[in-house]
Ligand binder design. Structure first.
Ligand SMILES: *Cc1c(COP(=O)(O)O)cnc(C)c1O
Length: 410
């Protein structure tokens, strides 16, 4: 596909000279977005089926979000935690309601997913500090291999990816990474476990579902041993999987869920929502954040959650997700081996390790998808997708599949 090597564009030279090299080379210089599309600096239009990794729930430049943020920043953008604001309280009440945490639920607002996980880590330690029924302590925290929970030291200690962890050892002690099987969980659980951290679907691992019955068994075992069940719904939450939160499809109630990505449509925000007795663990002075839940971010969250509700976007995610799944399977291309995930969080398992090539071909044809590993394509379009976007995706994805298959046989 690339016989001629294009010269490095000037923006990339400037990027490399000024930005710390912590991520892979950016794919394009994006300047504008509208609905499910974004445009680069050369005016090329892309269908965005990644949505900032499950962040832009309403697509780009949605009028409801633009209006809410514009009006809030012109009214009151930030105060300290010595004061409360109406958007902050409204967002906390809203999160309590849509999670089902209800009157016993409590919300901590922060600025990112990894920060929500850090609060959850403290929650686990507080549960661990209490004596278990036999009078012993709970030093252990369980998490899954190939999981992703973020990159700050506490969150990184929970992330089950040795390659990400090794440069930063020693990590926070007490975390054990177990296999994602019910047998491994049963073997690892005990009265010395403070908490179990789980993603209902492992997004960064390539949109990988847990085994059938896993969450139900995890709830039984954690309850039995007095450990907290803490779900990382940073990627799966906020309507993405076809229900407000993925756990709601498994007939369980967790002790806490970590949220971020989709809440405020791109304005940085994170939240930890606790259920029942877990709501009483964190006390005054235990945690804080300067920006967390400030009126600007909270107003953005209220606008996004309000629009998801009034426009029926949770239902749309379920319906369009099912359509996309059958559309992808229906293409019948030999590179597509399986379709995973729920709602609009979809993993496409490939029959050969060409995910990077396929996502590059998609981009060259005007379609943004993501390759979390060489065998998987992840798509997470805005929750507003409709017939037109699905049809456009089909056309562009077929072109990308054909270009990739051609290149592989060339
Ligand atoms: C994105 C993500 C995180 C980290 O969130 P940040 O906002 O990048 O800090 C943690 N867990 C999961 C499952 C995620 O998808």
């Amino acid at each position: 596909m690339t016989d001629t090597v294009a010269p490095t564009p000037p923006w990339l030279d400037r990027y490399r000279a000024s930005m710390m090299g912590t991520v892979t080379t950016p794919l394009a210089l994006l300047v504008r977005g509208e609905g499910c599309h974004v445009w680069d600096a050369d005016g090329t239009r892309y269908l965005d089926f990644l949505a900032g990794i499950a962040v832009n729930a309403l697509g780009h430049a949605h009028p409801a979000l633009v209006a809410a943020v514009s009006s809030q920043i012109a009214t009151l953008a930030h105060v300290s935690n010595y004061f409360a604001t109406p958007p902050q309280v409204e967002l906390a009440e809203r999160l309590r309601r849509i999670t089902g945490a209800g009157d016993d639920g409590r919300v901590f607002l922060c600025n990112s997913g990894t920060e929500a996980i850090e609060v959850a880590f403290k929650l686990a330690r507080l549960n661990g500090a209490g004596l278990n029924r036999a009078g012993g302590e709970r030093p252990r925290i369980l998490s899954l291999q190939r999981s992703f929970h973020g990159r700050t030291m506490g969150a990184l200690s929970l992330t089950g990816q040795p390659a990400l962890q090794e440069p930063f050892a020693p990590l926070v002690p007490g975390v054990e990474h177990i296999d994602s099987t019910i047998e491994a969980l049963e073997a690892a659980m005990g009265p010395d476990v403070a908490a179990l951290f789980l993603e209902p679907i492992k997004g960064e691992a390539g949109v990988v579902d847990l085994p059938e019955g896993y969450l139900k068994r995890a709830r039984e075992l954690t309850t039995e041993h007095g450990a907290l069940l803490i779900l990382d719904e940073i990627q799966t939450g906020i309507g993405r999987t076809g229900s407000w939160f993925a756990f709601q499809q498994f007939g369980i109630v967790p002790d806490a869920i970590a949220l971020a990505k989709g809440i405020a449509g791109g304005v940085p925000i994170g939240a930890l929502v606790t259920f029942g007795a877990a709501s009483g663990l964190l006390q005054a002075g235990h945690h804080g954040s300067t920006f967390g839940g400030n009126p600007l971010a909270a107003a953005a969250g209220n606008a996004v959650l309000g629009e998801i509700e009034s426009a029926g976007l949770v239902e749309n995610a379920a319906r369009r997700g099912a359509e996309l799944r059958s559309l992808i399977a229906g293409i019948g291309h030999p590179l597509v081996a399986e379709v995973r995930g729920r709602g609009l969080l979809i993993g496409i398992g490939l029959s050969s390790p060409v995910a990077k090539e396929l996502s590059a071909a998609a981009l060259a044809h005007g379609l943004i998808v993501n390759a979390p590993n060489e065998h998987s394509i992840r798509i997470a379009p805005p929750l507003i997708v409709g017939d037109a976007e699905l049809a456009e995706f089909r056309t562009l994805f077929i072109q990308a599949l054909e270009a990739t298959a051609l290149e592989a046989t060339a």
